[in-house]
Each structure stands twice: as structure tokens, then as C-alpha cells.
Design a protein around this ligand. Structure first.
Ligand code: SF4
Ligand code: SF4
Length: 510
């Protein structure tokens, strides 16, 4: 790894609150989307004439539509409880990365145009005219927020900075200022069905390759089916599972689970992506377009169950938004949503997370795991933000924390949690979520990962941990890239189903 062009925080094994360094990250900006990328999503190709008024109008439209946005912008009392809770502030020392300061970038403009005191006495109430300087700050700092929602856990008013970040991004998109990374990927998912832009035949070839590899490795003909009509389960998984390491190891794990349990399953070439970058962008319309591909595929294939693979934000969209966006689960009332309701088997949660599916099979004895096969591993678990704070799993409170841990413990003998205050609902973001997983933001990503890296160092040093188990495709990509900056080996990163894959006894049937 070439020497970084920035200072990498020193790890101490505990989290220290830094002194502020104003402007530390001011010049850091991710690449802007070009005209082609923007226009494919229905946005202006570049900053429009009169963008200032149009941005204010868009803000007004959103305030009318999303009541929570106005409440969040009005409710803050500047108590300061959130100031040291953001991993990007802890890693960069830039005060504009404090959640309250990040919110204020939008709040100042809100006050100026939508409150009486702000219209009459702007300076007295911290109101500010919209300007190019403001827009530059929005672009920079709203793309240094991973929408992880950690700060909201500590806010006495429950103010959700992620929702403010999403609103700011949607306003910027509407006047022609979009982020290249998120918008380009979103366009591919809407057009082709996955974030990679990988067409169906290429996917079929890749899956055939996995079948050969797994059979060579285990002697068992584990299938990776695609577009199989009448399969019981439609598996929707992040497309990184098809090509990236260590993600593919989890895909192999899911396939082994379905094989061992005798469950018929299929992937879909039409909906070969669980990820949904519409969430990062803040656009429910764009989120819906990606989600609808999954509903279409489920109807077309006639499946009884929809299962989501290891992906944090995908699970949040599936668990929290599919109902109202598409009617998967229940909710939407159009004809096709109702057809899907009749088709799905409601004795299972719809959708289900792959971890709850696998743990249920383990508990019922439908699959068997040999823990000793993982005895070379001492494991810890990173709770992903969108699973921890934006969704749930199973039918018990806190299921999103309990189920992955129970599944890991059923597959390994050696497990240690990281320090309290860094796990469960207080988990630290990996530093690459929310549309930040791009190399033009590598400094933000490395520095933002420092709180998690500090907690990891503690269990590595004191318990010999050598495997960081994850249930998120973004966390996997982010940690394999940034942990080497802190002296960790990238091979310590892997999926929960990688552990299952190692331990599973193939051939055991229900
Ligand atoms: S990155 Fe997370 S903790 Fe930081 S401001 Fe955004 S939502 Fe809050
Ligand atoms: S904790 Fe909540 S009320 Fe206090 S400063 Fe932060 S956002 Fe405002």
C-alpha cells in the first residue's frame, strides 16, 4: 500500500474526543455527477440558472411533504449531546462534522426563508441567505455523512441527522448538483438491475463458475440457480456478492445453506441487486424504482418467500420501506401488490433476512454446523448501522443484535464482543456507508473508520481476535480497504455466512 497523503489517526484502543480543527476537511469533495448521469435519473445535467430560488422552492416542497424534516429543523436546542458522537468528527476533528453543525448548514437556510424571525432578524437567529458558499459547504459536508444515525441515538429530541442529509442531497440533485458515485450506480441498478451494470448472461457465467468451484472444493454439487420459475425462495443479495472478496464467500454460504436444508431457491437476473442507493440520495421515487424490480421478479418467478442477503442498507430498505414502496410484506394497495400478497407464504416474515433464515434452520436441526471447523478463528462482530438503527430482525426486540450473534456462536467456538458503547445501537459506522464508498473520499473513509478501528484494536490486543464478521457488503468493501491503513490484515474481514460456509455439514437434510 502506497503511503497515504494524509495523516492516519493513531490507534490507542479506546476512543478519544479530539480538539477541534476548523476547516480540516473543507476542501474534501467527492466527484460531481456529469450531465449524462444526472439526466438518466431525471435531474438537470448541471447547476441550473436561478438555482438559489429553485433550491429554496424545493426545500419548501419537502417541508410540506415530510413533516419530520420541519420538526428536526425546528426542534434542536443546541444542547451539544450529539457533538462528539459522529465518527467523522472523531476521526477528522472538523467541527462541521459535528452532527449539530452539519444540520445547521441546512437549518440556517431554513430559518432565513421559512421562519418569521429569520426573515426579519436573520443575524439574531443564525439565519443565512442561500449562496454558492453555502452550496459548497452542503456538497462537501453532506457527503461526509454516512447517514448512519448514531447521533440520533444520543439526541434527547431524537433528531435524525441522516434525514436532514438526505433532504440536502435531494435538494442539490434537484438543481443539478449530484454526486457521481451514488447517482451513476443508481442509474445502472434502475437500467440493468444491479449496481455493477452486469447483464444476465455474465451473471449466469459467474454463477456456473461458483458451482464448479464449490463442487471441486467439497465434492458436493451445490447449485447457484437463476431465473427458476416456481422456486420457493427468491434471494436478493448485493451484487458485490457475485464478484468481490470476501463477499463471494457469503454467497457460497447461502447456497450451501439452501442446499443442506433442501430449500429450492433462485436468484433473478432482473433483480440482481439488493442494494438501493436511492436511500443514500434521499429520493423515495428513485428508491421505489429499484425496489419495484424485486417485486416484478417475485411475481414473474412465482416465489413464496423473499430473502435478503448480507447488506445493511438493503435490509433497511427491505424491512422499513418495501411495504409502502411496493407492497412486499403488506401495505401497498395496487393490483400487483395484492397479487404478491396472495402469492407469498405469510407463515414466514416477508421479507426475511438471511441470518434469521439460517439461524431458524440451525435451531430446528434442519442444518448442522461443525464449530470446530472455525477453530482457527477468534471472531468479533461489527453491527452495521442500517441494520442496528434502521430496522429489526426476527420477532423479538433487539433481534437485529441477537440473531447475528447467535448465528455466529452456533458456527464458532471463540467469540468476543467489542466494547460497550461501540456495538448494538451505539455501533460506529464503518466509515464507508451512505454513498461514501468511493476512492475520491478515501481520506474521509479512513479517518471515519478510526473509532471502529480503535474498538477492534482492543479485542485484537486483549483477546487475540483475528476475524471481523459482517453482514453488510459496504462494510466488507470499506474494511478490506481501510483496515490496512491501521496495520490490520485485510483477510481478517469476512461475512457471517463465510463462517457458516466453513462450518456447515453438507448433505444434512430436514
Ligand atoms: S455520519 Fe452518522 S453520526 Fe455523523 S452526522 Fe451523519 S448520521 Fe450523524
Ligand atoms: S443532541 Fe439533538 S438537540 Fe442537542 S444539539 Fe444535537 S441535534 Fe440539537
Amino acid at each position: 500500500m502506497a503511503a497515504p497523503e494524509f495523516d492516519v489517526p493513531k490507534l490507542k484502543g479506546y476512543i478519544e474526543i479530539p480538539s477541534i480543527r476548523p476547516g480540516a476537511m473543507e476542501g474534501i469533495k467527492s466527484f460531481e455527477a456529469n450531465e449524462k448521469i444526472q439526466e438518466a435519473l431525471g435531474y438537470p445535467g448541471k447547476l441550473v440558472d436561478g438555482w438559489e430560488q429553485k433550491a429554496v422552492n424545493k426545500m419548501g416542497e419537502m417541508l410540506r411533504k415530510y413533516r419530520s424534516l420541519q420538526v428536526f429543523l425546528d426542534a434542536c436546542v443546541h444542547c451539544g449531546a450529539c457533538t462528539d458522537k459522529c465518527h467523522y468528527y472523531l476521526g477528522t476533528s472538523d467541527p462541521k462534522n459535528m452532527p449539530v453543525a452539519r444540520q445547521d448548514l441546512l437549518r440556517q437556510v431554513y430559518r432565513r426563508y421559512f421562519t418569521l424571525p429569520g426573515k426579519l432578524f436573520p443575524k439574531l437567529v443564525g439565519a443565512r441567505d442561500i449562496s454558492k458558499e453555502v452550496l459548497d459547504d452542503w456538497y462537501s459536508y453532506y457527503h461526509q455523512c454516512s447517514e448512519c444515525r448514531r447521533c440520533s441515538v444520543y439526541c434527547p429530541y431524537g433528531i435524525d441527522t441522516a434525514e436532514i442529509t438526505m433532504a440536502a442531497r435531494e435538494i442539490m440533485d434537484s438543481v443539478g448538483l449530484g454526486q457521481k458515485y451514488t447517482n451513476e450506480i443508481l442509474g445502472k441498478a434502475q437500467r440493468i438491475g444491479n449496481n455493477l451494470g452486469m447483464p444476465g448472461p455474465a451473471l449466469e457465467d459467474t454463477l456456473a463458475g461458483f458451482e464448479e468451484d464449490v463442487e471441486a472444493d467439497t465434492g458436493v454439487a451445490v447449485k447457484f440457480p437463476i431465473d427458476v420459475k416456481g422456486a420457493e425462495v427468491l434471494l436478493v443479495t448485493p451484487s458485490a456478492d457475485f464478484f468481490a472478496e470476501p463477499h463471494v464467500e457469503s454467497l457460497i454460504g447461502y447456497a450451501k445453506v439452501f442446499h443442506a436444508a433442501g430449500i429450492s431457491w433462485t436468484l433473478s437476473s432482473h433483480a440482481s441487486e439488493a442494494g438501493n442507493f436511492g436511500l443514500f440520495q434521499g429520493s423515495y421515487e428513485n428508491m421505489r424504482k429499484v425496489a419495484m424490480r424485486i417485486r416484478d421478479a417475485a411475481l414473474e418467478l412465482g416465489v413464496k418467500r423473499i430473502v435478503v442477503g448480507e447488506c445493511g442498507h438493503a435490509w433497511r430498505v427491505a424491512y422499513s420501506f418495501w411495504n409502502t414502496l411496493t407492497g412486499v410484506g403488506a401495505g401497498a394497495e395496487d393490483k400487483y401488490a395484492q397479487m404478491l400478497q396472495k402469492q407469498l407464504d405469510h407463515s414466514y416474515p416477508q421479507p426475511s433476512h438471511i441470518c434469521e433464515v439460517t439461524l431458524d434452520l440451525v435451531k430446528r436441526g434442519a442444518i448442522a454446523l461443525d464449530k470446530e471447523a472455525n477453530d482457527h478463528r477468534i471472531v468479533t462482530f461489527h453491527d452495521s448501522c442500517n441494520v442496528s438503527r434502521g430496522s429489526r430482525m426476527g420477532n423479538i426486540p433487539g433481534g437485529q443484535f441477537i440473531i447475528p450473534r447467535e448465528l455466529i456462536r452456533s458456527a464458532v467456538n471463540h467469540y468476543h464482543d467489542m466494547a460497550p458503547g461501540t456495538t448494538h445501537e451505539a455501533t460506529f459506522c464503518c466509515g464507508g456507508g451512505g454513498g461514501l464508498l468511493t476512492d475520491d473520499l478515501i481520506e474521509v473513509r479512513v479517518k471515519g473508520a478510526s473509532p471502529r478501528a480503535n474498538a477492534l484494536k482492543d479485542v485484537v490486543d486483549n483477546h487475540g481476535v483475528n476475524f471481523l464478521a459482517l453482514i453488510c457488503a459496504i462494510c466488507k468493501s470499506q474494511f478490506t480497504k481501510v483496515l490496512p491503513y491501521y496495520g490490520f490484515d485485510m483477510s481478517m474481514v469476512g461475512g457471517v455466512h463465510q463462517l457458516v460456509s466453513t462450518a456447515i455439514r453438507l448433505g444434512a437434510k430436514e
